[in-house]
Structures are given as C-alpha cells and as structure tokens.
Design a protein around this ligand. Structure first.
Ligand code: G3P
Ligand code: MG
Length: 240
C-alpha cells in the first residue's frame, strides 16, 4: 500500500512546506500530496483560503500579491513554496499528488505546471493531479490525456462509472469518513486505484490494507511505515 505524506509529514513539520516534503520522504513515504493555489500569476503550495491558520499573515490568499505571500512565515521560518520549487527538490522516484485547490483558469495553471515539470525534469509518470472540482478534471482530461487524474471525493458517489469514463481517471481519492469495504470494492471494479485520506491511526491503516486499498494519505508517514512495513509497490506507471 502506497504511503503518501499528506501536505508532507505535516504532523512533525509545517504543512505544505519544503521541509515537510523532505521529512515525509525521510520518514519512508513513497511520495507526497500537496495543495496548489494559483494567485497573482504564480502557483503556490497552500491549503486554506485564508492565511491565518498556517502563517503570520492575514487575509484572503487570493487577494494578495506574490511578494507579500512569499514574505510570510509558513512555520519554523519557512516560506510558502512555489510549485516549481517543490518539483525541483523532490527525488525523481517518488510519487507526487498535485491537488488543484484553486485555479484562475485551467490553461494558466497548466502553463505553470508544465514549466515546473520541464525545468525540474520530474517524470510525469509519477504525478497524479487531483481535485474535488470534477469539472476541472474533465477539462484537463481533454486537454492532457497524458496526465493521470485522481477524483477527490468526500461523498459516496452514485455516478462513479460515468466519472471514470468521462475523464479516464486513474484513481479515486476518498475521504476516510465515508469509506466502507463495499465502497472500496465497488470502486475497484472500475479498474481504478483507490487511495484514502487522511489516515493517521494505525488501526485504520491496517483495516484499509486488508480491504485492498492502494494507498493512503497520512500526516504521519513514519507511523504508517512502521505499521505497514515495506509493502510491495504496485507498478505505478503501468496501470490505466
Ligand atoms: O488529497 C487528499 C486531501 O488532501 C484532500 O483534502 O482538504 O486535505 O486538501 P484536503
Ligand atoms: Mg489536499
């Protein structure tokens, strides 16, 4: 079962920062997940709409110029990273889930994404782009069928097969709050991977492992690695 550091190793380090991503890999994660927001003609790595919870700044992220955002302390003196900075620091054999949280429009977000990928040389095969916004995913699937897409959901969806078919999705990323053995089994009949967020308790990790879940997002990759051991990794590039 794949272990992905949710916003990095975000229990031990400030979430969505370079140190959290580095720590996740050192704690034995197979990869990381992070959130992207497009603002002031840049793509930053940030989760919330508002600055207060994770920085010393104030106000709506979307309203701020990039210089102000980059001047803030995102925890332990860390700067809010740019997408290109993360892609440059990641080992090329790790798996990277880029979540689209807020975009200005798909073309401009893609321009930033492609630039970060090209300049870093990070392999596209090791990327999954996900979003709760299934309209964006659908558009992206038409523009870029070469990108693996992850359908994020906190619901038990009724139209799973239609979604997979319309966007040729690679995976479902399902909230732990709504998973059940039956739901996992249903999703797996669609020939997609199933990943679950956010899984920090050993008991849940073990339960999901017995249910055949393909991966988890966790704030504590070290705990997950201890609980799950060195699992055999599926051939990430071969599926779909
Ligand atoms: O991608 C899994 C998870 O990150 C989705 O929820 O709100 O933590 O971005 P959120
Ligand atoms: Mg996320």
């Amino acid at each position: 079962m794949l272990i992905l550091g949710h916003r990095g190793a975000s229990k031990a380090a400030p979430e969505n920062t370079l140190s959290a991503f580095d720590l996740a890999i050192h704690q034995g994660a197979d990869g990381i997940e992070f959130d992207t927001i497009e603002v002031d003609n840049h793509v930053i790595i940030f989760h919330d709409r508002w600055l207060e919870r994770t920085t010393d700044g104030e106000g709506l992220v979307a309203d701020k110029p990039i210089d102000y955002l980059r001047s803030l302390d995102a925890g332990n003196g860390e700067v809010i990273p740019l997408l290109s900075e993360v892609m440059h620091m990641l080992p090329h054999d790790c798996i990277c889930n880029v979540e689209m949280k807020h975009i200005a429009n798909l073309d401009s977000w893609l321009k930033h994404f492609d630039k970060a990928m090209d300049s870093s040389g990070f392999p596209l095969d090791n990327i999954i782009v996900s979003s709760f916004n299934h309209h964006w995913l659908k558009q992206l699937s038409h523009k870029r069928p070469d990108i693996k897409l992850g359908i994020l959901t906190s619901a038990v969806l009724e139209n799973c097969r239609d979604l997979v078919d319309t966007m040729n999705a690679y995976s479902f990323h399902v909230d732990l709050e709504v998973v059940s053995k039956e739901y996992i089994e249903e999703l797996k009949t669609l020939n997609t991977k199933v990943l679950v967020f956010t899984v920090d308790k050993t008991e849940d990790m073990l339960m999901l492992s017995t249910w055949g879940v393909d991966g988890i997002f966790t704030n504590v990759p070290d705990t997950a690695r201890s609980a799950l051991g060195k699992c055999e990794m599926y051939q990430f590039a071969d599926v779909r």
